[in-house]
Structures are given as C-alpha cells and as structure tokens.
Design a binder for this molecule. Structure first.
Ligand SMILES: NC(=O)c1ccc[n+]([C@@H]2O[C@H](COP(=O)([O-])OP(=O)(O)OC[C@H]3O[C@@H](n4cnc5c(N)ncnc54)[C@H](O)[C@@H]3O)[C@@H](O)[C@H]2O)c1
Length: 372
C-alpha cells in the first residue's frame, strides 16, 4: 500500500471540505478500490493560533504559517491549494516545481496569462494536476455524460445553464466589493462551474456574448454580481448561460437543461440525487405514457453510488469532493490520467479563457471568439 501525504493550504470553506474528503476517502472506499493510505501531513495558514487549532481539529500531523515552507517540504506528495483566488498561482507553481502533485480550487487563476503559466508549470514538472470542478463527480452528472456519450438524446441542439444563488448564501458578497486582493466576480466564481460542466457534457464553445450587472454599488471595486450570456458551441449546439448572487430564494441552484433531437435532460444542484430524463418515444404510443423520468442516482448501478450509503440514501454537495479527490489520488498512485473524468489544469485554463471572454464581451458589448 502506497502512502500519500497531503499538504493543504487554507482552512476556510474549501480547506475544510478538502480536508474532510481526504479523511473520509478510506472510510467510503474501504474494501472496494483502495490501494493507498492517506496522511494529512500539513495544513497551512497565516495565523499560528488559528492554523494550529484547525490542524488539530482536522487531524493534520503538523502545520506551517508560510506556504513556501510547506511546498518546500519533502514529506508531502500532494499539494492542495484551497486558498483564495489571489493565492492560487505562485504556491501551486512552486509546489509543482518541487515535484508535488497539485490540486487547485477553481477558478485556476484570475487572468489567462497566470492560468497558462500554471498549466505550463505542471506540464514541465510532469506532475498530476486537478482543478477543483468537483460537480463533475456528482453521480447525476456522470450519468448525464454517459447517456450523452451513448447518444441517448440524439443530436444535441440547445442547452441552458443557470447558477443562481441568494445573497443570504454569500457571506463574502459585500466584502468582495471592498478594496483588497483581487477576487473573481460571478462569471469566474459561479459561471466557471457551469462552463466546466458544459464543456464536460456538450463540447467546446466557439463564441460568447454577455451582459453583466453590478448590483452592489461600490465606488472602489466594480464586480459583476449577475450575468447572462449566449454561447455558440463548435459542434453547432447553441445555449444560454447565466449566474447571479442576487437570485432571492435560490440558495444554491445550478440548473442544466439539455435538449436533443430524441429527448431532454434536466439537472438541478438543489436536487442533486436526481437526473430528469425525457425520451420522446419512451413507451408504446397507444398507452400514451411518454413523460419525464426522475432517475434517483443512488442505486448501486450508478456511478460511485455503490461506494456510498445504499439505494435511496442520498449524497450531499460535499460528497462530490470525496469522489473527486479519490479519483485524483488513485490517478497519482496508479499513474493513470485525471482526464477526461476529472478536470485538469488544461480544463482550468480553458475555463479562465472562457470567463475572460465573457467579461470582455460584457465590456465591449460585442461577441467574443474563444481561442485557447
Ligand atoms: N469548488 C467549489 O465549489 C468552491 C466553493 C467555494 C470556494 N471555492 C474556491 O476555493 C477557494 C477558497 O475559497 P474559500 O471559500 O475556502 O475561501 P476562504 O476565505 O473561506 O478560505 C481561504 C483560506 O486561505 C487562507 N489564506 C489566505 N491567504 C493565505 C496565504 N497567503 N497563505 C496561507 N493561507 C492563506 C485563509 O486563512 C483561509 O483559511 C477560492 O478560490 C474559491 O473560488 C470553490
């Protein structure tokens, strides 16, 4: 059994979620697929008092207060960056250069140049890399991809994606309008998740056009709080894409609708154990039973479900991170590819190119082509 030693930067929301995932991977995947052990080797923060407390409660063996000290250590195999957007680039590049396999939360970087530098660094270092688009690892999303790969909907014609959040769900909403380190707006924060899922399920976008609205009026910092966009894909699919942090009543809802020649599919993050599938010719016509199936993806036949609680006992949002990081560590141990199931830094870079194109389109009020 190979031991993988993990160093995590940050103990905020994502630091907590990733640390929890590494802890429970051996519990969930126990006698099924596990050929490694995990050690929570080091947690990094800036305040000694706070990080030492968190390191103890999360179960880390040690902590550091300077990310340079952590990424330079030789007792860490995986560096997992759960820091804010502005702290993604330099620690991740340095970790890759020192031979660590790297995980970095989305958005990979705040600029296309920085995202490209990160991609080049991991390629040059020859390390495994994963960008934190964990929604790919929800069983319903994997079922959707499987059905699309099998051509269940026929030729896909039209997609709609909307990631809607309520101001109540966003404690940082007003903070991000105050001067400080740069952060992404709604396009980069929520839109990037929808973009990755559309690339995962539908294909590469060719061009986008967007409009944004800055709801919080701040004289110092202007950030998009709402955006709507249209997307043309290279394979001829057309779609709409939108996200809002001011969708009152929608705490966290990512809705995907995919319409093809033979049927349609619908997914909503707010109801993540279900994929709704409608086939135009699903029953004998004379019985008139054409309708939408609400497929509960907890049956053991569905992706990842056999490792979890059993049929009918649903997964939660955080459980997708367990599946995602299990996939990542398995690829590190087995030497297999993160892609196409997982999002690599190449996917992270492409998402940044698309979010940048959306922002440029909103500024210029013109359509922007996507070139990687
Ligand atoms: N995949 C998802 O669904 C998802 C959800 C939320 C956030 N995110 C992404 O995860 C990242 C982190 O978000 P969060 O909500 O956890 O943020 P957070 O503010 O809750 O946590 C950030 C952590 O980084 C630490 N930190 C900041 N600067 C540091 C430095 N220089 N050195 C060491 N530690 C430092 C902070 O102390 C804090 O512990 C962001 O890039 C965000 O976009 C992803």
């Amino acid at each position: 059994m190979k031991e993988i030693r993990v160093g995590v930067l940050g103990y905020g929301l994502m630091g907590k979620v990733h640390s929890h995932a590494y802890r429970v991977i051996p519990v969930i995947y126990d006698d099924h697929a596990l050929n490694f052990t995990l050690e929570l080797a080091c947690l990094c923060g800036r305040s000694r008092e706070a990080v030492s407390k968190r390191a103890a409660s999360f179960g880390f063996k040690s902590y550091e207060t300077d990310w340079r000290a952590m990424v330079d250590r030789d007792d860490i195999d995986v560096f997992d960056n759960c820091g804010p957007d502005s702290v993604h680039v330099e620690p991740t590049i340095r970790a890759a250069e020192s031979g660590k396999h790297v995980v970095c939360e989305k958005p990979l970087a705040l600029t296309t140049d920085d995202a490209y530098r990160m991609l080049e660094a991991v390629k040059k270092a020859g390390v495994k890399h994963l960008c934190g688009f964990h929604l790919r690892f929800l069983p319903a999303i994997q079922l959707a991809r499987r059905l699309l790969d099998k051509g269940a909907l026929g030729r896909v014609l039209h997609v709609r994606a909307a990631f809607l959040e309520d101001p109540v769900a966003n404690t940082d909403l007003f903070a991000r309008h105050r001067p400080g380190p740069p952060v992404s707006g709604t396009i980069g924060d929520l839109g990037s998740h929808a973009i990755d899922l559309l690339r995962f399920l539908i294909g590469e976008p060719e061009a986008v056009a967007a409009l944004t609205r800055d709801v919080v009026q701040s004289e110092e910092v202007s950030i998009d709080d709402v955006f709507v966009a249209i997307v043309a894909f290279k394979n001829g699919v057309i779609g709409t894409l939108e996200a809002s942090k001011f969708a009152i009543g929608r705490r966290s809802s990512l809705e995907l609708q995919i319409y093809g020649e033979k049927g349609s599919m619908m997914f909503d993050l707010a109801s993540l154990n279900y994929l709704r599938v409608h086939m135009a010719e699903s029953g004998p016509q004379d019985l008139d039973i054409e309708g939408t199936r609400h497929i509960n993806v907890t049956d053991p036949t569905h992706p990842y479900a056999k490792y979890w609680w059993g049929a009918g006992h649903g997964l939660g949002w955080g459980d997708a991170f367990v599946n995602e990081l299990f996939h990542f560590v398995s690829c590190v141990v087995d030497g297999t590819d993160i892609s196409p199931l997982g999002a690599t830094f190449e996917d992270g870079y492409k998402a940044v190119v698309i979010t940048d194109a959306l922002a440029r389109s909103a500024r210029s009020r013109k359509e922007v082509s996507i070139t990687y």
